[in-house]
Design a protein around this ligand. Structure first.
Ligand SMILES: [Zn+2]
Ligand SMILES: [Zn+2]
Length: 172
């Protein structure tokens, strides 16, 4: 979605969807979008700046780090950024639109594309250690059975020291 600065009202709501195919980059991390990415962003002029804020929502398929099952994860995040003309940037080189400050971005010209901001926000909020549920029992470290659904007769005391440490870390 593109905002044309000259045409825009002082304030409006940019509602839209980004197709999940745009996010194919995620697949390398065992993450896939199950739904389109929906956004509903309030765009407001503040002098020569723009404030863009609002919810971004989508559903992902992710893999539990403990039992390796895939499950749905509902992402509900909130974008809140400010855009300033690049002329006001401290040292804006031609294509260096982004400042060190995470929340302020710089734009050039009189059109702003919203999608890249939505895209970045989604990527930033992909869970890095997803758990299918808080108390996921994980896999048996000996036979590999999923202890959420199955039982096994492996000697639990034989699990490795590393495994025990990992377990206590994960259950904290
Ligand atoms: Zn799990
Ligand atoms: Zn087992």
């Amino acid at each position: 979605m593109i905002i044309k600065l000259a045409d825009m009202d002082e304030e409006f709501v940019a509602r839209g969807e980004m197709d999940k195919s745009v996010f194919s980059e995620l697949e390398g991390n065992h993450v896939a979008l199950t739904s389109a990415v929906g956004f509903e962003l309030k765009v407001r002029k503040v002098g020569d700046r723009l404030r863009i804020e609002g919810p971004i929502r989508c559903v992902l398929t992710v893999t539990c780090v403990r039992c390796l099952d895939e499950f749905f994860y509902s992402m509900d995040t909130y974008l809140d950024i400010e855009l300033a003309p690049s002329a006001s940037a401290p040292e804006a080189t031609e294509f260096e639109l982004r400042s060190d400050d995470l929340d302020v971005y710089y734009y050039e010209g009189d059109e702003i594309e919203i999608d890249p901001f939505v895209y970045d926000e989604v990527l930033l909020n992909v869970p890095t250690r997803p758990l299918c549920r808080e108390d996921c029992a994980g896999l048996c470290q000996t036979c590999g059975k999923n202890m959420n659904y199955e039982t096994c007769s492996c000697d639990r005391s034989a699990s490795t020291v590393f495994g025990e440490k990992l377990k206590s870390f994960l259950t904290k």
